[in-house]
Ligand binder design. Structure first.
Ligand code: SF4
Ligand code: SF4
Length: 394
């Protein structure tokens, strides 16, 4: 769709501002608005600016680019808009960014991101042939036709040392459950979710087509993703480009493996855990229960909720490409630091995450708040694996 297709919706937005709050109005839940406290950074303000750009009342500029690219695509506004514009709001913001891409007016960090993905298949210009190296340590196999699942790891899981452990923990659980699966290793390529959210539609289609062709060539039917971002784009955006695969997030598969008895989880040590809902799993795809059910299946885990949870969860600040551009990071008011303070209020020992982006953001937040010695950030697979291995060790 083009921006013009949303003309009526943009016009109907009252800029009433409900969408920047939690559902009970206790907090500002739009991360960039909360950080800058300027209406231009709120969802309604963005709609107003995009409309002005569409009507040529304002010209694309670097300042406008910073405002639009500060949106983390957390979808709180989709949830809270009193006029029920639903996905139109985030689609309009995406189209606004696409207009900026067309006019060549994007933040320099976004331009570098696009260039690196196009040239190297990942945001950091890492060598493609090293993409699967992390998996050897865990004995995780390469996918072959006939395997039940393709395990799609994604860029952060493939190259970030901390997240490689998260990717490894889930792989080890699949091995223990006896599932036939494999990764693409050096043939895996960026999924394109952030590229799309940042408005580079041509690059997104190129990546999606490349992945879809490869999946078909390898006769893939089922995909399990480590990242909710990959899950979102493969489940919701690939089908219209001919990529109709059965896609599940790893927490959904873990839940199924545990409830069917294929994965036995004995009691672990007693720990208090709070769960941070990733926006692309929660608000974008309504998956709130499965991650919690997996955590609750671990005897010894006491699950405590943060003040803002499920539909009202506060974004870690990493979505919509902010993980790479860092427009709203830094200082006490950065979303990740606010989120870890909220987690600390629960008295939890561990912040459980289910997303590579959240893991990195939350770990940064813990360091920024000097809480990294007091609270750990663990992915759900790591918590399950730890319960299994500590029971085995006696
Ligand atoms: S998007 Fe909806 S809730 Fe937000 S300002 Fe516009 S009309 Fe109001
Ligand atoms: S998607 Fe999130 S960050 Fe973007 S305008 Fe809506 S509430 Fe704000």
């Amino acid at each position: 769709m083009a921006l013009d297709d949303f003309k009526d919706v943009i016009h109907r937005c009252f800029r009433c501002g409900y969408c920047k709050f939690t559902s009970n109005y206790t907090d500002f839940n739009c991360p960039p608005y909360n950080k800058f406290r300027l209406e231009t950074f709120s969802p309604g303000g963005r709609m107003w600016l995009i409309r002005a750009m569409m009507l040529k009342d304002i010209e694309p500029s670097q300042h406008l680019a910073d405002i639009l690219y500060s949106c983390t695509m957390c979808a709180n506004c989709v949830e809270e808009c009193r006029f029920k514009f639903h996905d139109d709001i985030v689609d309009i913001i995406m189209e606004g960014k696409a207009s900026l891409v067309e006019s060549g007016m994007v933040p320099p960090t976004a331009r570098d991101f696009f260039k690196n993905i196009y040239l190297s298949g990942n945001p950091w210009k890492e060598p493609q042939q090293k993409r699967g190296d992390w998996a050897r340590h865990y004995g995780i196999p390469v996918y072959k036709p006939g395997d039940e699942y393709l395990y799609y790891v994604g860029c952060i899981g493939s190259y970030d040392q901390r997240v490689q452990k998260m990717a490894g923990a889930f792989g080890q659980l699949l091995l223990r459950a006896g599932l036939s699966f494999g990764i693409l290793g050096e043939d895996e390529y960026c999924d394109g979710n952030e590229v799309l959210m940042m408005g580079e539609q041509g690059l997104f289609e190129y990546l999606a087509q490349k992945n879809i062709e490869l999946f078909k060539e390898r006769r893939v039917n089922k995909i399990v993703t480590l990242s909710p971002h990959a899950y979102n784009v493969m489940r919701n955006k690939y089908p219209r480009l001919g990529g109709d695969f059965e896609v599940v997030h790893y927490t959904e598969l873990l839940k199924e493996l545990i409830s069917s008895g294929r994965l036995k989880v004995p009691g672990g040590r007693k720990i208090k855990v709070t769960y941070h809902d990733p926006c692309f799993l929660g608000r974008w795809n309504s998956i709130y229960d499965e991650p919690r059910e997996v955590l609750e299946s671990v005897d010894g885990v006491e699950l405590v909720e943060m003040r803002r949870n499920r539909e009202n969860a506060f974004c870690c600040g990493g979505g919509g490409g902010n993980f790479y551009t860092d427009i709203i990071g830094g200082g006490e008011s950065s979303p990740s630091r606010i989120r870890v303070r909220e987690a600390a209020d629960t008295g939890a020992d561990i912040i459980a995450v289910a997303c590579p982006t959240c893991m990195t953001m939350i770990e940064d937040g813990l360091k920024g708040e000097d809480l990294d010695e007091k609270i750990m950030c663990n992915d759900i697979s790591e918590i399950v694996l730890d319960a299994i291995t500590s029971a085995e060790e006696g």
